[in-house]
Write a protein that binds this ligand. Structure first.
Ligand code: FES
Ligand code: FES
Length: 160
């Protein structure tokens, strides 16, 4: 089996590791590094549960090979809350957007990415950010409300 030595940063920690050519970033994160906050749903890019930041861009970790992350910075849901819960995480708790919770890490990363570039997103922008993210529990209303509430929290936080 061909293996490759890769160097990357995961949640601000340097990682140097040999990986088989076929190993996905999702497998590396969950099965090797123990970062199980990132979920495996469909395994083929259709549910969004495995979304992580790769060099600041949200990506589906099930569609990326670990070797493709060589030299990159990965941030998972664990890394996102290293300094305490982000406004979107607090907002999701308040709006009831977390039910079974399986989809939540992916939605949090997608919403965080949106709020970083658009501090006051409208429903069309939220819809676009959530494209390809599936939640079987909430009916989506609380997921949208959570983004609006997080945006408000962030605006108030900036004024304080
Ligand atoms: Fe990656 Fe569903 S597990 S998109
Ligand atoms: Fe259960 Fe979204 S909260 S799938």
């Amino acid at each position: 089996m061909t293996e490759h030595l890769i160097n990357l940063k995961v949640n601000d920690s340097a990682v140097t590791i040999r990986v088989p050519a076929h190993r996905t970033l999702l497998e590396l994160l969950r099965d090797v590094l123990g970062l199980t906050g990132t979920k495996e749903g469909c395994g083929n890019g259709e549910c969004g549960a495995c979304t992580v930041f790769l060099d600041g861009t949200p990506v589906r970790a099930c569609l990326i090979l670990a070797v493709e992350a060589d030299g990159c910075e990965v941030q998972t849901i664990e890394g996102l809350s290293q300094g305490g819960l982000r406004p979107i995480q607090q907002a999701y708790a308040e709006t009831g957007a977390v039910q079974c919770g399986f989809c939540t890490p992916g939605f949090v990363i997608a919403a965080e990415a949106l709020l970083r570039k658009d501090p006051n997103p409208n429903d069309d922008a939220i819809s676009a950010a959530f494209s390809g993210h599936i939640c079987r529990c909430t009916g989506y209303t609380s997921l949208f409300e959570g983004v609006r509430l997080a945006a408000k929290k962030m605006r108030v936080g900036e004024r304080e």
